[in-house]
Ligand binder design. Structure first.
Ligand code: HC1
Ligand code: SF4
Length: 579
């Protein structure tokens, strides 16, 4: 079918809106509320106004919102006539009239979709600016999240992500008039939400600073600068393939070496890798699974390294807490061993040691605060810094990540890691890593070709039956995104499925799309494929690709823990859950 945009002939499929056609062809139309990957087009921001002329009424112009108007045969669309620009400017002025323009201290400083729109429409000397702000308190109650309703423009994107992707519906638009904005269903403060799991997916799509991560950059800086404190910093598997977006690098770019350099420049005493903790997680979790299988323990065993998922089970299905693996997450394991094995080996008083993890995740801040993951009154993980915060620290120090020379870890201690640890960052990765080791433990042989492809890919739910040779076969399932996880739980509860091992990651795609990663404007999950590709490339390039082959993990068991699931390993590396 044929039509025109700005006198340029275009073709389109029946049912496509003007906005969809324009976006597909790279013709820019501003929008603040539409989020096409989720089919979210409420038409409320009205920034996407265009003028159209229908074939049936030549010469007669109409103003329409392009997100809700279907493109029709013979239609002519004009995206920036004087009338369109006038209306968009007026609309932007009204949006700013009750918007708190504390831009300098805003979490979106320099990276705000609302500011972009103001630029696009040529907003100048807006006499409405801030005239009708109804100050509502800023909500900093959650562990990792910030809610500033004064910056909400009521686009509803966050509400939609929480409902459609996570199936939780923890958010709503509440109150009336100029006080209207993002609210918490069933509570006044975020921390009291009966449903929210702090996954942070809503923060990825907020166009302004209304929803964001809680900034704890100064705590990290204080510790780096304190001569009495030793800092040990480790970053998540997905950190190295996601932080590049904060600095304009190509999606999925591996910045591992630059990250090590940057952390050292900030003054960290030791730079390590959470991947190493992931290898230890596999040693514990793989053996826990085999022990459950052999001794009639609770099955299906469900992975528990994703804190959004753990909280989901605790809040929404507490009767299934016994299915969660008691093995701590890689972050939790790293923290415990940093404060014990590492501190002892390096002759450091654990009270003076601070473990800082760099994570793609807002929920990891909640995990770190759990009392069962502390010892002697101090958390094992002292501070979690999201990717967005870490990038902010670098900007504050004038450090441009892409220009840094890559470095290597100073020592293999808690840094040497395998491809198995690396693939934790993508959906299916924890399962694949576990299978690589479980298969070896049971059969004495490697999985054919090491890689296990049935659990790869972005499908919401993946199922497979794995042959463990003389050990029989096990049925496994992998879900990403909590709506899919709920579907999996219902299959188990209804008896439609008899899985023995389940992996769930709360964020779609896994940690590579975590709620603490870079915000890609007016987009959602658009870098997932590129990030996943790099994760698997890194896996293939690693010298060791199975957790049990990691020499530094073998040393951990030889020198300190004895065997996987030993009494000491249980004491240090396992946890419990509470509703
Ligand atoms: Fe994750 Fe994990 S993979 S939870 O996604 O098990 O956040 O990357 O660090 O702990 O290793 C996140 C990522 C991360 C943990 C590991
Ligand atoms: Fe929903 Fe996750 Fe946002 Fe909580 S953090 S409101 S669960 S999207």
């Amino acid at each position: 079918m044929n039509a025109w945009i700005n006198n340029r002939p275009v073709t389109f499929e029946e049912g496509e809106t003007i906005l969809q056609v324009a976006k597909r062809l790279g013709i820019f139309i501003p929008t603040l509320c539409a989020l096409l990957p989720l089919d979210h087009t409420p038409g409320t921001c009205r920034m996407c106004i265009t003028e159209i002329e229908r074939k049936e009424t030549p010469g007669k112009r109409e103003l329409v919102t392009s997100c809700t108007t279907p493109m029709l045969e013979g239609m002519a669309v004009f995206t920036h006539t004087p009338e369109v620009r006038h209306r968009q400017r007026q609309q932007a002025a009204w949006i700013f009239s009750d918007h708190d323009q504390d831009c300098a201290s805003c979490v979106r400083h320099g990276n705000c979709e609302l500011q972009d729109v103001a630029l696009y429409v040529g907003l100048q000397n807006n006499s409405c600016n801030g005239r009708f702000i109804a100050k509502r308190p800023v909500d900093t109650s959650a562990h990792g999240l910030l809610r500033d309703v004064n910056k909400c423009i009521r686009c509803g994107r966050c509400v939609e992500v929480c409902r459609k992707v996570q199936g939780i519906s923890a958010l709503t638009l509440d109150d009336i008039g100029t006080k209207r904005g993002v609210g918490i269903v069933g509570a006044d403060r975020w921390i009291d939400s009966p449903g929210c799991v702090e996954c942070g997916q809503c923060t990825l799509v907020c166009p302004t600073g209304a929803l964001g991560e809680k900034d704890q950059c100064d705590t990290a800086i204080d510790w780096f600068d304190d001569p009495d404190i030793k800092t040990i910093v480790a970053f998540a598997p997905s950190a190295r393939v996601t932080i590049g977006d904060e600095f304009g690098l190509e999606p999925g770019k591996n910045t591992e070496g630059q990250l090590i350099t940057a952390i050292k420049m900030l003054g960290a005493d030791f730079v390590c890798d959470v991947n190493w903790g992931a290898d230890v997680t596999i040693m514990e979790e793989g053996n826990e699974f085999l022990s459950r299988l052999r001794t009639g323990g609770t099955l299906p065993m469900m992975t528990s390294c994703c804190p959004g998922w753990v909280t989901y089970v605790e809040k929404h299905h507490p009767e299934m807490m016994g299915n969660l693996s008691t093995t701590r997450s890689p972050q939790g394991i790293f923290g415990a061993l940093a404060k014990t094995w590492f501190a002892k080996t390096h002759n450091i008083d654990p009270k003076k040691l601070r473990f800082i993890s760099i994570m793609p995740c807002t929920a990891k801040k909640e995990e770190a605060a759990r009392p069962q993951l502390a010892r002697n009154g101090m958390p094992d993980t002292d501070l979690v810094i999201t990717i967005r915060e870490f990038a902010r620290i670098l900007r504050r120090y004038g450090i441009s990540l892409p220009t840094l020379e890559p470095s290597k870890y100073d020592s293999p201690f808690m840094a040497e890691n395998t491809g198995a640890g690396m693939i934790f960052g993508v959906t299916g990765g924890v399962m694949e890593a576990a299978l690589r080791t479980v298969h070896h433990v049971v059969t004495g042989k490697n999985l054919d070709g090491i890689e296990y492809l049935p659990v790869r890919g972005m499908e919401g739910i993946k199922e497979a039956t794995v042959d463990l040779g003389p050990g029989g076969s096990v049925k496994i399932a992998v879900a990403n995104g909590l709506r899919n996880a709920e579907e999996l739980i219902q299959r188990v509860k209804s008896g439609k499925a008899d899985y023995q091992f389940i992996e769930v990651m709360a964020c779609p795609g896994g940690c590579i799309d975590g709620g603490g990663t870079a915000r890609i404007k007016n987009s959602y999950l658009s870098h997932a494929a590129a990030r996943a590709k790099t994760v698997y490339q890194i896996d293939r390039a690693r010298v060791y690709r199975q957790s049990h082959a990691n020499p530094d993990v073998i040393r951990l068991y030889d020198e300190f823990l004895g065997k996987p699931n030993s009494e000491l390993a249980h004491h240090l590396l396992h946890t419990y859950f509470t509703d």
